[in-house]
Design a binder for this molecule. Structure first.
Ligand SMILES: NC(=O)c1ccc[n+]([C@@H]2O[C@H](COP(=O)([O-])OP(=O)(O)OC[C@H]3O[C@@H](n4cnc5c(N)ncnc54)[C@H](OP(=O)(O)O)[C@@H]3O)[C@@H](O)[C@H]2O)c1
Length: 387
C-alpha cells in the first residue's frame, strides 16, 4: 500500500508560527501490560523550540515487538521519563521508531541543511514516537534522503528492521553472489527485509516458516516468493528425512555459511542441519521464548560460530556518519525497487477522537500485537487533537 506524502501532509497542517495547538501522546506511568497501562493524553502545544532543537510533527510510527517489551519493562533499552506541566507523575511516552516532518527550527539549527517541511528519521532510541508532535535535539534526527520510491511507510520503518537485515547479511560472513543464507520466521518484517536485501545482493535464501492451516502456508510461501525468496519451507521439513534430503538436494554442493535466527528453541536446532562447515548462526530474536540448544558437536566438528546481533548496539558503536551511510544504502535499495514497504496497516488516532476513545483504540491494538503476531506491521498516525 502506498501512503502518499500529500495524504498525510494535508490531513492537518501543523503550525510553524504562533498558532495554538495541542498535541497528543500515548504514554504510561509504570511498566506493565501495554493494553492496560497505555493512555492517550492531550497536552498543550509545544512551545517554540529551544536553541539547538526542532519541533516535529510525527507522520507515522510503527508498533514493533520491542516496543511491547519496553512498555512491559523487560527490554534492555529504557525510555526517559518526560515531565508534563500540570501532570503530577512522570510519564514515559512510548515508541522508538518513526518519521517526522520539521515544523519549526530553534536558533542555532539553521545552516545545518534542514528546513521546515523536511522529513527526518528519529535517530535517538526511545524518543517517544507514539505522539502527534515532539521537540527533539538536532543531533537526534537524520534527514531522509529524498529518492524515487521511498514512501512514508518505508521511512517510518527504516531504523529497525531493514538495517538489522542488511547488517546481519554483511557483518558476519563474506558472502558472494550465489551463496545461500537460511533464516527462520522468514515471514516476519525482518525476514521479509532479509529476503529482499539478499536478492539485491544476488544471494539466495532458504526461508523457514511455521506450519499453517489450510491454504495459509501456500499463500505465505507465494507472498515470500514474490518478494524474491528462492525456497520457502515449513519447519516440519527439517524433521522429515525425505523432505530434508530433497531440500539439501536443492542446495547442491553450496554449503550454507549464514543462518539467521529470530525464534530460538527446537526450530533453530533443526535449522543447523542445513549448515556447512565454519558457518555462523546469528540470533536477533527469541519469538518462541525458548532457549537455544546447540549440540556441542556443531562447535567441535563443524566449526560453528554462534553470535547475537542487536541493531541498537550497532547504532551505539557507530558514528553518525556511518549511520547516515547505512540510511543511504537502504534508501538506494528501495529506489532500485528491491525493498518494498512491509505489509502494513495504518491506525489513525484522529483529531476528533477524545482521549478516552484514543486510549481504547490504542489498548485494543496493543492487545492484538501483544497476544500474537498480527501478520502485518501496524503503524500509528496520531493527529493533533482538536481544541
Ligand atoms: N536484534 C535486533 O536488532 C532486532 C531488530 C529488529 C527486530 N528484532 C526482533 O525480531 C523479532 C521479529 O520482529 P519483527 O518486527 O520482524 O516481527 P513481526 O513482523 O511481528 O514477526 C514476528 C515473527 O515471529 C514469528 N513468531 C511469533 N511467535 C512465534 C513462536 N512462538 N514460534 C515461532 N515463531 C513465532 C511469527 O510467525 P507467525 O507468522 O507464524 O506467527 C513472525 O514470523 C522480534 O523479536 C524483534 O524484537 C530484533
Amino acid at each position: 500500500m502506498i501512503y502518499p506524502r500529500t495524504l498525510i501532509q494535508t490531513s492537518r497542517s501543523f503550525a510553524t508560527t504562533a498558532r495554538v495547538h495541542r498535541h497528543r501522546v500515548l504514554a504510561y506511568c509504570e511498566p506493565g501490560s501495554p493494553s492496560a497501562v497505555i493512555r492517550a493524553i492531550t497536552h498543550r502545544s509545544l512551545p517554540a523550540p529551544a536553541p539547538g532543537t526542532l519541533n516535529l510533527r510525527i507522520l507515522l510510527a510503527p508498533v514493533n515487538p520491542s516496543d511491547i517489551n519496553v512498555i512491559q519493562g523487560v527490554y534492555p533499552s529504557k525510555p526517559t521519563a518526560s515531565a508534563f506541566p500540570g501532570i503530577s507523575s512522570e510519564l514515559f511516552v512510548a515508541g522508538n521508531e518513526g518519521v517526522a516532518e520539521i515544523c519549526a527550527l530553534g536558533s542555532g539549527t539553521d545552516g545545518k541543511g534542514l528546513s521546515v517541511g523536511d522529513w527526518v528519521i528519529i535517530a535517538k532510541s526511545q524518543s517517544g514516537t507514539w505522539s502527534s508532535a515532539r521537540n527533539v535535539h538536532l543531533r537526534d534526527v537524520i534527514k531522509l534522503p529524498r529518492k524515487q520510491g521511498v514512501t512514508v511507510v518505508h521511512a517510518a520503518t527504516m531504523t529497525v528492521n531493514p538495517p538489522t537485515a542488511y547488517n546481519m547479511l554483511n557483518d558476519f560472513v563474506d558472502l558472494k553472489p550465489g551463496d545461500w543464507v537460511v533464516q527462520n520466521a522468514a515471514n516476519s518484517a525482518v525476514g521479509q527485509a532479509v529476503i529482499q536485501i539478499a536478492k539485491a545482493k544476488q544471494l539466495k535464501t532458504v526461508n523457514l516458516i511455521r506450519d499453517r492451516l489450510g491454504n495459509e502456508a501456500e499463500r505465505t510461501k507465494r507472498e515470500l516468493k514474490d518478494l524474491g525468496a528462492d525456497l520457502v519451507c515449513t519447519y516440519s521439513t527439517l524433521t522429515d528425512k525425505t523432505k530434508l534430503s530433497e531440500l539439501k538436494g536443492f542446495l547442491g554442493n553450496k554449503p550454507i555459511r549464514l543462518a539467521l535466527n529470530c525464534v530460538g528453541g527446537e526450530v533453530t536446532t533443526h535449522m543447523l542441519k542445513l549448515l556447512g562447515p565454519n558457518a555462523h548462526l546469528v540470533s536477533y530474536g527469541a519469538m518462541s521464548k525458548q532457549p537455544l540448544s546447540i549440540p556441542t558437536s556443531y562447535f567441535i566438528f563443524k566449526g560453528l560460530t554462534a553470535r547475537g546481533f542487536w541493531q541498537s548496539q550497532w547504532y551505539e558503536n557507530r558514528s553518525r556518519d556511518e549511520r547516515i551511510a547505512l540510511l543511504e544504502k537502504l534508501t538506494d535499495i528501495v529506489a532500485s525497487g528491491y525493498l518494498k514497504e512491509p505489509k502494513h496497516e495504518i491506525i489513525t488516532i484522529s483529531a476528533e477522537d477524545t482521549d478516552d476513545v484514543a486510549t481504547q483504540k490504542a489498548q485494543q491494538l496493543l492487545s492484538e500485537v501483544e497476544t500474537g503476531s498480527p501478520g502485518r506491521k501496524v503503524l500509528l498516525h496520531i493527529e493533533d487533537p482538536v481544541v
